[in-house]
Write a protein that binds this ligand. Sequence first.
Ligand code: PMP
Ligand code: GLU
Length: 407
Amino acid sequence: MSAEEFPLSKNLQYLKPSETVSINQEAQRRRAAGEDIIDLSAGEPDFDTPKLVAEAGIRAIQQGKTHYPPTAGILELRAAVAHHLSLLSGGRPVNADNVVISTGAKQSIYNACMTLFGPGDRVLIPSPAWVSYPQIVHLARAEPVLVPGDIEWSLKVDVDTLERHADSRTRGVILCSPVNPTGAVYSRSELKALAEWTGSRGMWLISDEIYRRIHYGSGPAPSVLDLPDELLQRVVVIYGASKAYAMTGWRIGVALAPRPIAQAMAALQTHITSGASQPAQWAAAAAFGDDRVEAEVAAMVEAFRRRRDLVVAYFRQHLPGVEFVEPLGAFYFFFRVDQYFDGGISSASDFCQQLMASEGVALVPGDAFGDPRWVRLSFAASEKDLNRALERLARFARKLEAAHAAS
Ligand code: PMP
Ligand code: GLU
């Protein structure tokens, strides 16, 4: 069967399946076939969903809360999210009517892009960037513009760099902080400068804060919700249960947007999903609304912090000279591999393929995030697995160094 025989709609003209998802599935396939694979590709907590949260989902099913939900989400969850986001930002008012619940933050971002952008529009995406942003912008038939971050500044972007990439067709920016794939975190003043710039240009700012609670500084990571109201008029905040609450499979995402945009996103959902799974919404309402769950989230964040420290210390000691971004949030470690190019490899993709084939460690090449000189390691894995994987990685790097020296 060829593409000529079955031509696809123009809607999918740029479509590439998610590389993070496919590498993860390849690692699982190899493991199921009996190979000794350590999978550090998945951007997914290895913890179980907190028991209280899981029980709330089960209770919802047993109580017959199994019908279509209100399309924007059940009020109990939207109110819990509004209260939770308010508390995270020093008690600022957050209105539940501006909250839309979707089938994962991925759909929240999709809804926002479909609602705000269209043919002819350009959308700036600081890069390296999570794989799905450019793809989702393409699905809205708009044009993604990757804006390279500054290597001297944890690969973050500033207003001047955005300005250089903007033109009269630029309608928005998709920002992620803490950043997937680097773990870098934008400070409050950096967020303020970005929001002032998008506001002054009449652009939309989509601020993906799904990793906000996984922050190694004090409290949650800085948010656009810490900024004054006048800077939030054209801002959509993306949040969710997947990462900090270990709920990836429940598929609950959150968007907080100005009322007309929230209404449009909810209307869009009426034709696509009719809203997120109702039992999953009751579970998420417990996650955001029950104080006891917060203690479990704090314990998971502490575990991520120990793992972050372990990976950073290992690289400093055993892979000195390998450049990396020190993660201040999320659970990703982004390191540079172009010093190994020539010794039989010429991209991060080659690096990851050979590492998987010869050492059984699955990582995601930076190619997936817009920069083929880097590799992403997810430290959402046990310390035992991390130690074993790091030893294998160091052995592989020594082999490449030897090949490089001989070439
Ligand atoms: N944004 C970022 C930056 C992510 O890494 C992910 C993870 N898939 C998502 C959004 C989507 O999250 P969800 O699993 O809730 O769809
Ligand atoms: N966000 C995670 C990652 O970057 C999960 C996979 C995905 O949805 O891309 O690996």
